[in-house]
Design a protein. Structure first.
Length: 171
């Protein structure tokens, strides 16, 4: 009891404040650790979990699709565009992407199919205007139209994509 009488009121007030301050820091640090560990655990759970597999009778098995690997190349096309008033020309190199190399080889070996494809592409290109095909939307639409026409000609082979390796419009 002598100890409490020797303390000044300032010392007595400082001692409980120190204990409360250290408890507050401990609680804050503990809370931060819990949040970090919880967040890390949740991240690990979502990153490492495997997607649920469908039951055997629920869905049909997915068909594995391979990326198309066959390329059918053409000599560059040079066509007059359908612009009124002034003559404009288009020089374009077209490549068709088909399912595999065997299909591409089959098309390359058939001169009749190559000439039909080339004719259909020339007809399509010569019906376009320069103002339409120089835009990104115009090029995208042109690729789609070429793919549709080519797929009809080389049926049952399907054209997966159309690539332009050269595209020059002369004004």
């Amino acid at each position: 009891m002598a100890d409490t009488k020797d303390q000044t009121p300032a010392d007595a007030a400082a001692a409980p404040a120190t204990r409360k301050s250290s408890k507050g820091k401990f609680i804050i640090i503990l809370g931060v650790l819990v949040l970090l560990l919880g967040g890390g655990g949740a991240a690990a759970f979502f990153a490492l979990r495997k997607p649920a597999e469908p039951a055997a009778g629920d869905a049909a098995p997915k068909k594995e699709t391979k990326a198309p690997t066959g390329i059918v190349s053409f000599e560059p096309f040079v066509v007059n565009l359908a612009d009124p008033g002034a003559p404009h020309f288009l020089r374009i190199s077209v490549r068709l992407i088909v399912g595999n190399e065997e299909e591409a080889k089959k098309i390359d070996e058939s001169q009749v199919q190559l000439m039909r494809l080339r004719s259909a592409i020339v007809d399509l290109l010569s019906s376009e205007t320069s103002q339409h095909i120089v835009t990104q939307d115009g090029k995208t639409e042109l690729k789609k139209q070429i793919a549709e026409r080519a797929s009809k000609i080389i049926e049952p082979i399907e054209v997966a994509d159309v690539l332009f390796s050269d595209f020059v419009v002369q004004y």
